[in-house]
Write a protein that binds this ligand. Structure first.
Ligand SMILES: [Ca+2]
Ligand SMILES: [Ca+2]
Ligand SMILES: [Ca+2]
Ligand SMILES: [Ca+2]
Ligand SMILES: [Zn+2]
Length: 356
């Protein structure tokens, strides 16, 4: 048989470091041709008992939707399996299990079979456990809650199904998946990051109609055990020193001086297949919902963003007369120059502040 089987275990703990940058593909079948599906449509059969669970099915469908929003032609369709058998059977499957061997000793594991450089079958096993499934901050361990997002975990595993390997050199759902999120006042939106999207474009060709830009308040921290780790974006003064801050409900809260310039770290993503030129603004808001109706503090005009993820420290002057409690946020394509797939992920609060 020319079919080879490997498994990719999900991140359970953080250990030793290694380095790399930008998305990783699998060249173990041919040094010049990365492994991928021969077509652009993959169907994944979900075990009937898992499909019957509205929370599991909802998370699986959210993750498949997130994967659909990528600048390549790849689509992963999820549907209910017509049987309950799972294993090496020429059918791509997903099920929840407590079998540690199938889980490769981790919280999830994707098993892949190959014929040369072609991926020919993929099965995903996910640990029977309690997860955050409702996309709320109050239930998500990256915010005030206690559970890992099932959606981000499945997006990561679907990335493996598509041929993406682990990433440890930049902000990526193929690193530490659970905090690759866009956040609103009470909800989070899991998504496929722009770097992973670039990887899919290389494997499956460009979908030029897909255009999206977004901002996140999560960014790259470092490399651990082959995975990128992430942290909340920081604030620095003009000497590069972080001003006094604390954590409130596990979110950063800074005390800043009016009449001073601070640099606000901002993660900007161009998820499209081509470069986009846009304005980026830093605003002050009285709540976590960031819109163009908020008070503009600084404007960065005509930034050309290549496809992918960049993190910038954006210097912003806080006017002398600012006094009180504000959220500082960033908006990408603040003037609406670019017509996008999703216009709701362009504004993002970065940090909560008290300014005086
Ligand atoms: Ca089956
Ligand atoms: Ca199978
Ligand atoms: Ca957008
Ligand atoms: Ca827009
Ligand atoms: Zn993985």
């Amino acid at each position: 048989m020319s079919i080879r089987h490997i498994t990719l275990a999900a991140l359970a703990t953080l250990a030793a470091a290694q380095s790399a940058s930008a998305y990783e593909l699998d060249y173990s079948g041919d040094p010049f041709v990365p492994r991928a599906w021969p077509g652009t449509s993959v169907t994944l059969n979900v075990n009937p008992s898992d499909w019957a669970s509205s929370t599991r099915r909802g998370a699986i469908e959210d993750a498949a939707d997130a994967i659909f929003e990528n600048p390549s032609m790849l689509v992963i369709n999820v549907q209910e399996d017509d049987d309950s058998s799972i294993g090496p059977n020429d059918e791509n499957e997903l099920t929840f299990t407590s079998n540690s061997a199938l889980l490769c000793g981790g919280p999830a594991c994707t098993h892949l079979w190959y014929s040369g450089v072609n991926i020919v079958e993929a099965d995903i096993y996910i640990l029977n456990d309690t997860y955050s499934v409702g996309n709320t901050k109050s239930d998500n361990w990256s915010y005030a809650g206690n559970h890992r997002s099932l959606q981000t975990m499945i997006i990561h595993e679907l990335g493996h199904v598509a041929g993406l390997m682990h990433e440890d050199g930049n902000y990526s759902v193929m690193g530490q998946d659970w905090n690759v999120l866009h956040a609103g006042a009470s909800d989070v939106t899991p998504y496929l990051d722009a770097d992973s999207g670039r990887g899919l474009k290389e494997l499956y060709g460009a979908w030029t109609e897909y255009v999206d830009l977004s901002v996140s308040h999560w960014g790259y921290l470092g490399s651990s055990g082959g995975y990128s780790t992430h942290e909340r974006n920081i604030v620095e003064d003009t000497w590069g020193v972080q001003p006094w801050h604390t954590m409130v409900s596990r979110e950063p809260y800074y005390v800043l001086d009016a009449g001073e310039v601070y640099r606000f770290e901002t993660t900007l993503e161009n998820k499209s297949s081509t470069a986009q030129t846009v304005d980026i603004v830093i605003v002050a808001s009285t709540d976590e919902t960031i819109t163009t109706a908020d008070t503009e503090l600084e404007r960065f005009e005509n930034w050309r963003l290549s496809p992918g993820v960049v993190e910038h420290m954006l210097p912003t002057y806080l006017p002398e007369d600012m006094n009180g409690h504000y959220y500082i946020g960033a908006i990408i394509d603040a003037d609406g120059d670019v017509s996008e797939w999703d216009e709701t992920n362009n504004g993002q609060y970065l940090v909560e502040t008290y300014i005086w």
